[in-house]
Design a binder for this molecule. Structure first.
Ligand code: AMP
Ligand code: MG
Length: 519
């Protein structure tokens, strides 16, 4: 185990690429470079609120036991071997080219090397202004930091690729936010999350040099990314093969989101990880009632571009942006276009395999695929709580005789009692399901085991997060601590106090169902 303060940090990204070394923090365009040197702006008093023991152990990082160590997590101390920087990236936001964006409030302190030689970027989110802060303050509020901290860890334990969070620190400073964008700005407690990933590179990091026609920078970044994060890809056609692998990982990530019912909320190309990780936790949500049109982001309401059911298609659209950015490295675009066209087949194959696992079916044959389609349509009509419904499905007694018995079995998953037609649909669907189960060769217990491994029982619902945040803001961390424990084992019944539907009041309360981007 090593201390944050005495570790010798690596700075490969900074040492490899051209950057703006002026250290100036005022907002500006930075053509020609891939990052700007940026030192965190100190805060009043960093106080450790949470620490991810498991991640720290994995990385060999000792828990801070002095103010000096905590100061690193709050941006108040930068050690000699750290070369902090903000990355310069661009992006397409809500379908439109947004030009240069960049790390406006994230600062990478350095790269932490572990015994295997692998390195992890340690990045502070909310550490103060950088050249990419535009008109904003570079800070983050406690509520959004708690959400990022808990959810990125929850996704990790759910088995969904994600950036991680090592620590949550209160800054002691207040941050001004207009939470509902309605002219009622108010001060909120500030916080900083230290997040960790092998790399925080996004599609937007590649879009930036491409848009600026800085082809040498683009080629160098692509080569470096491949050799460092995809070292098994070599040879003449490596860029194409790499793009295909990014596409494959992105498709796999979408399937995982569909599996657990995660809605990201802001799938702009600057929020798409080049490693296929879930990145940038903002106005996200889990689905409560099953609704592919649900978007948790108030800014997304007009078009519902980032609604649950659209995520796989949006990922493809974003991959199209990445392909366009890479096009200057190819003599023609045919191969890239063909690779992109391959997305649907790759996605659907993974999707049906995942759904078969969720349903405890062994085969992904034509009949089961057609059943999966019907099953999903039934969910859309019935609108049960997604998580609870699948749990009850795993427990479904096979001998249930009539509509009423089946409706009673699923009672806990419904937000409104099903009417006669819905009860009929539910009955027919479960009958068809039982028939499909009959095609399995292994005993029912095997099928149930498979379902329990693929269907989370506990999810971090927005109302729970909101209650935990209210608690923390008033000095009561009990729910926060409970959630921090519960998220480590979401497939078992260990934390069944959280195995419950969203309560009625939560549909009306801000931050419990819909969220704004203000963070
Ligand atoms: P997001 O929607 O959170 O992915 O952010 C989009 C862009 O806005 C990124 O370039 C962020 O760095 C920047 N940004 C968001 N919030 C802030 C803030 N409070 N201060 C500075 N930049 C910000
Ligand atoms: Mg972002």
């Amino acid at each position: 185990m090593q201390q944050l303060s005495s570790k010798e940090y690596k700075n490969e990204f900074v040492n490899t690429f051209d950057g703006d070394d002026s250290g100036e923090l005022h907002p500006r365009q930075t053509p020609g470079v891939l990052y700007s040197k940026a030192t965190p702006t100190p805060v009043k008093k960093p106080t450790l609120l949470a620490w991810s023991e498991d991640l720290a152990k994995e990385l060999g990082i000792e828990k801070p036991s002095s103010q000096e160590e905590t100061d690193i997590l709050g941006g108040n101390l930068v050690t000699d071997t750290m070369q902090p920087y903000a990355a310069c990236y661009a992006g397409h936001q809500f379908g439109h080219w947004a030009g240069q964006l960049g790390d406006g409030r994230a600062i990478t302190l350095g790269e932490w090397e572990v015994a295997t030689g692998k390195t992890f970027e340690l990045q502070l989110k909310g550490a103060g202004p950088t050249p990419y802060s535009r008109r904003a303050d570079g800070r983050a509020v406690l509520r959004s930091s708690v959400r990022e901290y808990l959810m990125s860890e929850a996704m990790h334990y759910l088995g969904v690729p994600t950036t991680r969070a090592l620590s949550l620190v209160a800054t002691g400073d207040e941050v001004l936010r207009d939470m509902f964008y309605n002219g009622n700005a108010a001060y909120e407690p500030g916080a900083i999350v230290m997040r960790v990933a092998p790399s925080f590179l996004r599609f937007g990091n590649f879009e930036m040099p491409a848009a600026r026609k800085e082809i040498d920078n683009l080629r160098k970044l692509v080569d470096w990314t491949i050799s460092r994060y995809y070292p098994h890809i070599q040879g003449e056609d490596k860029v194409l093969r790499w793009f295909k692998e990014v596409l494959e990982r992105t498709a796999a990530l979408m399937v995982d989101w569909m599996r657990v019912g995660f809605v990201h909320g802001v799938m702009n190309t600057d929020n798409m990880s080049i490693l296929g990780l879930t990145i940038d936790y903002g106005p996200y949500s889990f689905l409560d009632d099953y609704d592919p049109k649900f978007t948790p982001n108030t800014t997304d309401l007009p078009g519902r571009r980032y609604a649950f059911g659209r995520q796989p298609a949006i990922a493809k659209w974003n991959l199209g942006c990445l392909a366009s950015a890479l096009a200057p490295l190819f003599s023609g675009t045919e191969e890239l276009v063909a690779a992109l066209e391959g997305y649907d087949a790759i996605y659907w194959e993974k999707y049906y395999t995942m759904m078969a696992n969720k349903l405890g079916l062994e085969q992904v044959d034509k009949e089961n695929v057609s059943f999966i389609d019907d099953f999903e349509k039934a969910l859309i009509t019935l609108k049960p709580d997604m998580t609870i419904f699948y749990q009850l499905l795993a427990d479904l007694p096979l001998e249930l005789q009539d509509e009423q018995q089946v409706a009673d079995h699923f009672k806990e998953s419904f937000y409104a009692a099903p009417d006669k037609a819905e009860r009929q649909l539910l009955y027919n669907t479960t009958q068809a399901y039982v028939e499909k189960l009959g095609k399995n060769t292994a005993p029912r217990e095997e099928s149930q085991k498979r379902m329990r491994a693929n269907n989370p029982r506990i999810i971090l619902r927005n109302y729970l997060l909101s209650q935990a945040i209210e608690g923390l803001e008033s000095g009561d961390d009990s729910l926060f601590i409970k959630l921090q424990e519960a998220l480590k084992d979401t497939y078992s019944n260990k934390s069944d106090e959280f195995f419950a539907k969203r309560p009625e009041w939560a549909t009306k309360k801000a931050g419990c169902s819909m969220l704004s981007c203000s963070s």
